[in-house]
Design a protein around this ligand. Structure first.
Ligand SMILES: N[C@H](CCC[C@H](N)C(=O)O)C(=O)O
Length: 317
């Protein structure tokens, strides 16, 4: 079966994206494509929806399905808005139908979209995370990991464990890698794994590096950056409102608003198309191949953008 794929990225978190009808083998397609193209972090599947303009399903490189993907949703938002000739749309995801909209470009020539990140829950059962005698864990060290790093557990709705760390733990990623690999293997705390982010306050925002469940270290994780912005506002590290979040793949803006129990999060950033590809899918266990691919020449502009913003994060990358 021949499929037309678009290779896309949000903050250099890179995926193959395609529109199709519901099928049972998306996990196997994700695994095969990640074998064929080591640059990708998963796949974004665009499906019909009875309640929204479209439905998005997300599969990590290891074939596991995620309930949300912030960087990916910006790319799906662009596809749906351009397909339907609209500036705003609604995209159905596993746990919620989310508002998306085209924004003024971050920089001319870079397509930019804003997406709602929701629902948000601090209840450990929503990750899930198991900690005896606790139902939440916010801004406290996990003594078995470190006495110095305040960790927070939050679902947006995919699961995130977020630590506020000094620059030294950004320059040397071995501490983050050790614990992220443990929490995504056989462990006593996260039965479904967890995305692990280390956050360091900067002059005008925060720097976030994420070890993603089902993938490993990525250039950026949209849900993680947004959750990290929320945690940083709650810790008083940055003011509520628009938070600049720097990452190895660039920079995004996360809008954080909290009124009582009402938490509203919005992620704004690029939605870049890298190339189109023809993929011959013959089913799992076969040697399905990418038959051809054609560059779309948008990356040059994004590289210039990274040059500008990476003056901040260059010290950590
Ligand atoms: N690895 C994540 C899914 C991808 C999310 C990330 N790419 C993002 O942009 O939010 C998980 O298993 O929850």
């Amino acid at each position: 079966m021949e499929m037309i794929l678009i290779k896309v990225h949000g903050s250099m978190n890179t995926f193959y994206m395609f529109e199709t009808a519901e099928r049972e083998d998306f996990a196997q397609i994700a695994v095969r494509l990640s074998e064929l193209d080591p640059e990708i972090d998963g796949i974004l599947v665009i499906l019909p929806s009875s309640v929204a303009h479209a439905k998005m399903r997300v599969f990590n490189n290891d074939g596991s399905e995620a309930s949300m993907c912030g960087n990916g949703l910006r790319c799906v938002a662009r596809y749906v808005c351009e397909r339907d000739g609209v500036q705003e749309a609604v995209v159905e995801t596993m746990k919620a139908s989310l508002r998306v909209k085209k924004e003024e470009t971050l920089n001319e020539g870079i397509e930019t979209y804003a997406v709602e990140i929701s629902p948000v829950s601090f209840s450990l059962s929503s990750l899930p995370m198991k900690l005896a005698n606790h139902t939440e864990w916010i801004a406290k060290p996990l003594p078995f990991v470190s006495e110095e790093i305040p960790f927070s557990a939050v679902a947006v709705p995919n699961p995130h464990l977020i630590g506020i760390v000094p620059p030294e733990l950004q320059k040397d990623t071995s501490h983050q890698q050790k614990w992220a690999q443990y929490f995504n293997g056989t462990n006593d705390y996260f039965s479904d794994g967890v995305n692990v982010s280390y956050v360091t306050p900067m002059d005008d925002g925060i720097f976030v590096r994420t070890y993603e469940r089902g993938v490993g270290f990525t250039n950026a994780c949209g849900t993680a950056m947004t959750a990290s912005a929320l945690i940083s506002c709650m810790a008083g590290l940055v003011p509520y409102g628009d938070v600049a979040v720097y990452n190895p793949g660039g920079m995004v803006k996360c809008a954080v608003a909290v009124e009582g129990d009402d938490i509203r999060l919005q992620l704004t950033g690029n939605a870049t198309y890298l190339s189109t590809a023809k993929f011959d899918w013959q089913g799992a266990g076969t040697d399905s191949r990418i038959l051809s691919s054609e560059s779309l020449e948008e990356q040059r502009r994004y590289n210039e953008f990274i040059e500008e913003v990476s003056t901040v994060s260059k010290q950590f990358v």
